[in-house]
Design a protein around this ligand. Sequence first.
Ligand SMILES: [Zn+2]
Length: 371
Amino acid sequence: MATGTFSQKVNRVTDAHVHLNDLASLGNLMEIREHLGLDRMNLAGIVDARSGAGHAQGLCAKVSGGGAFYCFGGLNHAAAISDGKVSAPSLAEQVDNLISAGCDGIKLLEGKPTSRRKLPFALDGDYYGEFFARAEQRGAALLWHVADPEEFWDPQKAPKWAVENDWACGPDDVPKEQLYAEVEQVLQRHPNLRVILAHFYFLSADLPRAERFLQAHPNVKIDLAPGVEFLFNLSRDPGRSREFFLAHQDRIVFGTDIDSRSTPAQAAARADLVRRFLETDRTFTIPGEADELLEAGGQNEVHGLDLPEDALAKIYSGNFESFAGAEPAPVNRESAVAECRRQAEIAAKISGTAPDDTEAGKCARMLEGLD
Ligand SMILES: [Zn+2]
């Protein structure tokens, strides 16, 4: 499949939802970005406390990427998961540390059911209380993964790729509706919290509900990172879906969930899928070269929405820029090095590796050496 090009009439295309897995794959990600014609990428850092990977490499990408990258930092839960044996800054302090290092916002995977297995804390409970209070107070931009497609909770319907990734949910997992109820509490308690809920907030099977949700929470947006099910769900009644996109064109943010270890063909399939859905009036299926999470080569049809240029411009970059900043925030080199060193120390204690040899340690050294 030839890669299509994004509408030439939009000012910029910013992918709000990309993952840089490690420093070693930054070059590959830069090639992908150029190959696909994505002007900017937001690197959503999810911290692996054992290696310190997460925003550490995102901060390096910001410095070496010449304004092409935003970076949302992640939270380090080492203190909680080690029963206090390894200490880490409080979650509120982590908000301050990320902002002073030059992160553009904070990525949360903490609402995904599989994260809940490791961190068994209610999203509206004490554990996260001071985090959300500080994030609201600092006006931090949050990109938050909450819930999953409803079929993940149904053993008959859970897709094969979800089962293989251990994302399918059983009776011991948190129910989808409980996660939504907890988020509702958080948003009511913190009405100024600024949030993008990732993957259409997994509400695509119930568009009236998505509509009520957006109306109730004016500071909340949703992103279009597949979640391939949202494309299938919204293709059942493209006319109705198009109305939704036009009515909420200020609240919808382009994203792909490309990761830096993808092949160019896989990354192109992701970007092209969302692009064709937004821009064309064509009906198509998922190409065979897509990654397995997109159900490559499947028979499900996607029907394009054929959106007008002004709506596309907002979805492709305007909405993200008004949310996270018209330009990526500058990295404060000293604070960024200190942040990477903190992550490296924690990773070293957990893994037994020397701090300099952890992923965060390598990032600290790269940041010190870059000019
Ligand atoms: Zn993601």
